[in-house]
Write a protein that binds this ligand. Sequence first.
Ligand SMILES: NC(=O)c1ccc[n+]([C@@H]2O[C@H](COP(=O)([O-])OP(=O)(O)OC[C@H]3O[C@@H](n4cnc5c(N)ncnc54)[C@H](O)[C@@H]3O)[C@@H](O)[C@H]2O)c1
Length: 426
Amino acid sequence: MTKETRVGIVGLGYVGLPLALRSLEKGFKTIGVDSDKTKINKIKQGQSPFLEEFIERRKKLLKKLPVFTDAKNLKKVDIIIICVPTPIDKSHYPNLKPLKNAVKSVINNLGKNQLIIIESTINPGVCEEVIKPMFIKEGLQEEKDYYLAHCPERIDPGNKKWNVSNINRVVGAISKEGLKRALEYYKTIIDGKIRPMKSIKAAESVKVVENSFRDVNIAFVNELAQSFDQMGIDVKDVIDGAATKPFAFMAHYPSRGVGGHCIPVDPYYLIEEAKRKGFDHLFLRAARKINNYMPFYTVKTLQDILNEIELPLKNTAIGILGLSYKANIDDLRESPAFKIVDELKKKQAKISTFDPYAKKESNVNSLEELLKNSEALILVTNHQEFLNKEDLFKKFNIKAIVDGVNCLDGEKIKSFGIKYHGIGKF
Ligand SMILES: NC(=O)c1ccc[n+]([C@@H]2O[C@H](COP(=O)([O-])OP(=O)(O)OC[C@H]3O[C@@H](n4cnc5c(N)ncnc54)[C@H](O)[C@@H]3O)[C@@H](O)[C@H]2O)c1
């Protein structure tokens, strides 16, 4: 691994673009390839296609990153890292098409002795049972013509402390030589621990297990929020109490549902693979069901508090604060906001939406405009722009608020005579 080592990143999204900039700043001759022309043009102009602090701080580097739509540029690199999406379809079934297409374009432009690393999240078995056979079909042999490794990405968009430069990683590969090379690369670019895994399957499993762990724990508190609502117990208070135990408890908090490209997606990769191998992941399926229900529970909560003031949901003006799945970022993927909006539409409420990070997708232009139009609110995203606005809610005569992430001052809101309910918090 020298500074002459050339690196090609395929897929310049939330995962691939920060990685490409990190590789470049560590001195590797790095290029990027993405099938999205608009994205490539933006990067060429030195603009990030999405909001991410890690990239904002490296904006000057963007223009120095050679980027292409044509995969033939990968022929001359030594390491290819694939960071394309691995989504699910409408029936929650894993969709490996983007990954297979990316691998196909790599195979079609294969150089000599290249190390191919998959960073996309995949279920155990994809590298050996889906990707390797694609090479075999073209008469290409691992260790002779290429090396295959997997290093699942753990990036957390919007996280100010942890980013691609310092998050520990795990690496698995098919051959010893592939593992050695991949470890060497990541040890050079990352200021963190790089753990070799016993097998490529074990490396694939790490990421789906991490996100299933999150999904299950969040589902547990989301379920508690619903049962404690029935019992009149504030679940946030209970969790904060339990969190005073210095060992064996890890606080997770309920909300209007999970979003993003990881937690609502990755558990299905494990569920489906296990099903193929004859095992039914009851626990994971239950977690998915509970978390998928939370946007509907949020609407139900609004309906309940509106009933208390004799306002029907039908024809009442509801303002949705936030569309992205997480605070202070513009990522809308799998956001519970859209399920909430659809459910409210079904119930014939009048809806205004505003997200300062997704103005194009909002139907009003400012928080003030939204408040002017609304009788009741659902706070979906705890963007900084929505915090400490309790006085403003009073000024605009809001009658009821559902706090979908339990981030507002409920006591203050209630003291204004506004109906308030969080998710398991009141
Ligand atoms: N977003 C996250 O927080 C996160 C965190 C960890 C892991 N991951 C995983 O990383 C992978 C990528 O996620 P992302 O969030 O960066 O996705 P993304 O949608 O932001 O970016 C993927 C990019 O790949 C491009 N692309 C798709 N098919 C291509 C092809 N055949 N050739 C070239 N480019 C292609 C798309 O145009 C897009 O720009 C997924 O498997 C995801 O599960 C994501």
